[in-house]
Design a protein around this ligand. Structure first.
Ligand SMILES: NC(=O)c1ccc[n+]([C@@H]2O[C@H](COP(=O)([O-])OP(=O)(O)OC[C@H]3O[C@@H](n4cnc5c(N)ncnc54)[C@H](OP(=O)(O)O)[C@@H]3O)[C@@H](O)[C@H]2O)c1
Length: 259
């Protein structure tokens, strides 16, 4: 079929290796499934083994190639060790997705150094260190894709953005710095910007039906996001099709940001 080979030429990830942090839950889990179904061998990195093994079990049962690394990405040593282990599974990655994140948002006046450090370590430093570990190799090989997951708070402050908003704003700047460095060598670096997506990350907010409905009303589509909403955008950004898209923040938010 002509359309199949055309689509495959644009979007297939056959032969690619992807590393997805936070790939065992929520948005990262959906992106992992999408990249694997599109042909990539995927290594997921997170802390909890039961969720990691369950995810890899589901993917392999579907005929996908997947492996897991259990690591705490909130320390520099943890990130370095995780990166080495991740590269052992299927080789050096062509695609890096940074989805692991922490969402601690005390009122600004009560924001202590511990919360600041924990937020910056996982949300900003881990993506930076993983980029330093894998980006140059991607550039040397002439193909690479780095995808970060940021937030509405990267663009505007609301509901106590605190350190979280700062980390996500900086992550978008990191994508631009990485794009500047490596795009000439075939490595694009972009961010996906969610609206409100019901996942374990925001369990407390998700349990308040009034707030959930109010957030849905702020979108144009009329509903909150689902992890599956990120599948198409992630495959696009990971594929050959997006080779001229770099340094960008792509909003997958049902129009939340423009309503
Ligand atoms: N949900 C939303 O509405 C929303 C909105 C805007 C942005 N985002 C961003 O989207 C990304 C994914 O969020 P999500 O909602 O999908 O969250 P989630 O369902 O809670 O998933 C978070 C993932 O990160 C892993 N993780 C957390 N801390 C870690 C650590 N220290 N080391 C290694 N892995 C760790 C978790 O696994 P373990 O617990 O096993 O480690 C899990 O796999 C985050 O960066 C978040 O800031 C989400």
């Amino acid at each position: 079929m002509i359309s199949h080979s055309y689509l495959s030429e644009l979007f297939s990830l056959d032969g690619r290796v992807a590393v997805v942090t936070g790939g065992s839950s929520g948005i990262g889990r959906a992106i992992t499934g999408a990249l694997a179904q599109a042909g990539a061998s995927v290594v997921i990195v997170a802390r909890k083994e039961p969720e990691l093994t369950a995810t890899v079990g589901e993917l392999t049962a579907d005929g996908c190639r997947a492996a897991w690394v259990s690591a705490d990405l909130s320390s520099r040593d943890g990130v370095r060790a995780a990166a080495e282990q991740a590269a052992e599974a299927f080789g050096e990655p062509d695609i890096l997705v940074n989805s692991a994140g922490v969402n601690l948002r005390p009122p600004m006046g009560e924001l202590g150094e511990e919360v600041w450090d924990a937020t910056m370590a996982l949300n900003l430093e881990a993506p930076y260190l993983l980029g330093q570990r894998f980006g140059p190799g991607m550039a040397e090989r002439g193909f690479g894709r780095i995808i970060h997951i940021t937030s509405q708070q990267a663009h505007r402050a609301f509901v106590q953005s605190g350190a979280y908003g700062v980390s996500k704003g900086a992550l978008e700047s990191l994508a631009r710095s990485q794009a500047e460095a490596w795009s000439p060598h075939g490595v694009t670096c972009n961010t996906l910007v969610p609206g409100f997506v019901m996942t374990p990350l925001n369990a407390r907010l998700s349990s308040d039906p009034e707030k959930v409905a109010a957030l849905a009303a702020r979108t144009m589509v009329g509903r909150n996001g689902l992890p599956e909403d990120f599948a198409g955008a992630a495959v696009f950004l990971a594929s050959r099709a997006s080779s001229f898209v770099t340094g960008q923040a792509i909003f997958v938010d049902g129009g939340f940001s423009v309503h």
